[in-house]
Write a protein that binds this ligand. Sequence first.
Ligand SMILES: Nc1ncnc2c1ncn2[C@@H]1O[C@H](COP(=O)(O)OP(=O)(O)OP(=O)(O)O)[C@@H](O)[C@H]1O
Ligand SMILES: [Mg+2]
Length: 224
Amino acid sequence: MDIVTLKNAKKYFSTGNQQIQAVDGVDLTIEKGRFTAIVGASGSGKTTLLNLIGGLYRPTEGTVIVDGIDLSALNEDQLTVFRRRKVGFVFQEYNLIPDLTVRENILFPLALDNSRPDMIFFERITTLLGLEKYLDSFPHMLSGGTQQCTAIARALIAKPAIVLADEPTGSFDVKTSQNVAGLLKLTAETFRQSLIMITHDLELAQLADRMIRLEDGRVVFAGK
Ligand SMILES: Nc1ncnc2c1ncn2[C@@H]1O[C@H](COP(=O)(O)OP(=O)(O)OP(=O)(O)O)[C@@H](O)[C@H]1O
Ligand SMILES: [Mg+2]
């Protein structure tokens, strides 16, 4: 089964009198439960493509279907609910809430959605990510790698249809990058979680089941 289907997806931005074709006609299907890496030069449209899949942007043209849902058919409120229930985001800057502990940060998406946490799942995730001893700490007390692991746990906790990670290791040294990307892969594999990760690092992209390369808003390579 496919978790993502894009048909001639385009996203254009207008700035002044200029039009930027950030994503320019992408046809792509991504199978459920797989780990896909997106690579490409800066400005090639990676983040824009990920944001189309995550329902943060609406396509200028074309179709974006995620977990069987045609995103263009959703109004703003429905899109917000889609993002909350179906997508786990991991960003380069972690975006943790400074006043909340690690435990509270991880459980936050469930609190937002008024849903009851599956504490057995919480324990499995936090153990896999090595977070047990940090659960009562606040983000500023932790290393960048541990903060990003907290963000990964937060992305997984609601069992989303897909996890989208935009350069999750972009601010780390080589060793921490490999460690964090390895843990992201491990959790996705363990929970058969569909995962798309943008990276500049071809070595990290090799961790994925499939690599997709963008150039000027178009897919120029899509491995099987
Ligand atoms: N909100 C926006 N408004 C105007 N132009 C944008 C906007 N977002 C992206 N762009 C432009 O669209 C193109 C693709 O940008 P995007 O951020 O998707 O690239 P990227 O591959 O993620 O780059 P990077 O590796 O630097 O993160 C770039 O030319 C960028 O300047
Ligand atoms: Mg980007």
